[in-house]
Design a protein around this ligand. Structure first.
Ligand code: HGY
Ligand code: MN
Ligand code: MN
Length: 412
């Protein structure tokens, strides 16, 4: 493990994170900076400016992923790639995603300051729409890049205002038409992403670093219950096709069907849209989301496959459509990268442990293209997807120091 002459700067990193946190800032120190919005574009512009300061070249691909690149001594060598995402949840925190992008930038800035040129080029990426909160599913930028789906696969997806993903994507590409384009898809030598844990383990065990072994599987579904709107005062209940009541029955039945005494299976209904959404009209349509997660491939398949039957059994007078919009199986990261990260944490003198990720990340799609791994830093009280999300400047700097050492080792 090379002793890095370069040093990540805790202050520069923290200040940049706080600059980003002002974009889309909401009460309680949170951010609402959803994918393909003016806030997303403003955050990306900050990155472009910081990249220019260290001579990194900037480009965007057809999926609107943002790439920063510094050349290596061997221009033909496959690059080492790091990064994360700049988009947030509607009531997100300042660190989910933004930390990994700024940490990647800090790595190339530290190398630039130390005058170090690695053999391999180094690239930092900000993936488009990791969260999937505005346009479901998440990871559409990294999936497009990895070739999991064609970039136009999600053209017809609409946000809650009815805006099409394809329209929002085209708008952002147009707004960034001054940035050079690069082809969609590449084959890095390795991918390493720094991210907050978004769980309580590292803090509870007073550890500095999480050496991430893999990511649990996720399945997303959209359920639309269709009935008939009617007058709340005159329509007899016995004659109603009440989409609200029957959607509630379905959600309760699912909650029971997805119960896991060991509390490993994660079932969440986070979104519910009602039409006509008037207090004195019976709902004619209710659409709700399902997010299902489990670390075992077979369990995730088996439990998820029961969803359509459970929903249909809950219907009385309404009809229902269940559509699966995302299915990422559990993933194990590359042992060589896991070892590299562990050695870097050890060499830096930081306490660490191996840990699995409950959250999904773009790394799970990068792992389909090259050897990949992740570095976690603690989250206060395990809180995330919440304005109260917090990790200290010192804790973030330790993660970035491990990222720097890992990238140096991989980049030669
Ligand atoms: O939902 C997730 O796991 C990620 O944080 N977007
Ligand atoms: Mn994230
Ligand atoms: Mn997230």
């Amino acid at each position: 493990m090379p002793q890095s002459a370069a040093r990540a700067s805790e202050t520069r990193q923290w200040n940049r994170l706080m600059d980003l946190a002002e974009i889309g800032a909401i009460a309680g120190n949170g951010v609402n900076r959803q994918a393909l919005t003016p806030g997303d574009r403003a955050a990306r512009r900050l990155m472009v400016g910081w990249a220019a300061d260290i001579g990194a070249t900037v480009s965007i691909d057809e999926a609107n992923n943002l790439w920063l690149r510094v050349e290596g001594s061997d221009a033909s060598a496959a690059p080492v790639l790091t990064g994360s995402h700049l988009d947030s949840q509607p009531k997100g925190g300042r660190f989910d995603g933004a930390y990994g992008v700024v940490a990647g930038l800090e790595v190339i800035a530290a190398l630039h300051d130390a005058g170090i040129v690695t053999r391999r080029p180094i690239e930092v990426v900000a993936w488009t729409n990791e969260e999937g909160s505005r346009f479901a599913p998440g990871c559409t930028g990294s999936m497009s890049w990895a070739g999991t789906h064609d970039v136009h696969h999600w053209d017809e997806v609409r946000d809650q205002e009815g805006v099409y993903y394809s329209t929002a994507l085209a708008e952002q590409m147009k707004a960034e038409s001054d940035l050079p384009r690069r082809p969609l898809g590449s084959k890095p030598y390795a991918y390493v992403e720094a991210h907050i844990e978004q769980g309580p383990i590292l803090e509870a065990e007073a550890l500095d670093i999480g050496v991430v072994t893999g990511i649990q599987g996720s399945r997303w579904f959209t359920v639309t219950v269709s009935g008939e709107s009617a007058h709340a005062g005159t329509a007899p209940v016995s004659l109603r096709k009440d989409a609200m009541i029957e959607a509630m029955r379905a959600i309760l039945a699912l909650s029971e069907a997805m119960h896991d005494p060991e509390d490993v299976l994660r079932f969440t209904v986070g979104r519910l849209a009602v039409s006509p959404n008037a207090s004195n009209s019976v709902a004619d349509s209710v659409t709700f989301s399902i997010d299902l997660r489990h670390p075992d491939t077979e369990t995730l398949r088996r439990r998820g496959d029961t969803i359509p039957d459970v929903v249909r059994a809950a219907m009385r007078a309404c009809t229902v459509v269940v559509r699966e919009s995302f299915h990422a199986d559990p993933l194990a990261f590359a042992p060589a990268v896991i070892d590299q990260i562990e050695q870097a944490a050890h060499a830096a003198g930081f306490s660490h442990r191996r840990i699995a990720s409950g959250a999904f990340h773009d790394a799970q799609f990068a792992a389909r293209v090259c050897q990949a791994g992740m570095i976690f830093v603690p989250s206060r009280a395990g809180i995330s997807h919440n304005p109260a999300e917090f990790t200290s400047a010192a804790q973030l700097a330790k993660g970035t120091e491990v990222l720097l050492r890992t990238v140096l080792a991989l980049a030669g």
